[in-house]
Ligand binder design. Sequence first.
Ligand code: AMP
Length: 192
Amino acid sequence: MRICVYCASSNKADPRFRAAAFHLGELLAENGHSIVYGGGLAGSMGALADGALSKGGEVVGVIPRFMADLEWQHPGIGDMQVVEDMRERKHRLLTGSDAVVALPGGCGTLEELFEAITLKRLGLYFNPIVLLDTLDYWQPLDKFLHQVIEQRFMNPEHAKMWSLAAAPEDVLPAIENAPKWDEHARDRAVVR
Ligand code: AMP
């Protein structure tokens, strides 16, 4: 599989987040999956790529030109694709991916995650979306999204669009066990 991983740029968060990112990179590479990610060196992004590269994994980076100009990209990535802007990067990360994994992160990660969930709701993306829940990071968001459903801004079926994985070892099983999502998603997009 080609797995799109959204992750944080912060180096200041608890080091256990970066350790989990590194371990996920190792596991994806060991299981023969390629990774497409934001191409950065900092934070969980760099840790994920380092983990995958340490196991000989295939890693694709997609970085906007202004970040490449600032030399924010990971120097060890063979396939580093420089794009014009953040929008093109987001599009290229998601398009052609077989699954999305969101690691704990800031507004950049949240934006990417919400785009994937929104496109899935509209039947424009069909693949699993897994949130790596290191240190219970995503619990408040998961709770909030269920409240969104309770308040009838989304349908109960929409809760099947994402799932949580407690540890890096749980990510691939969560991808495999994700509920199927198909072209009928569009019929369910509107709240009834
Ligand atoms: P966040 O989760 O808010 O850290 O955002 C992650 C996103 O912001 C990724 O798409 C990153 O490429 C981008 N980003 C922010 N700061 C940096 C940085 N210093 N180096 C590389 N990417 C960054």
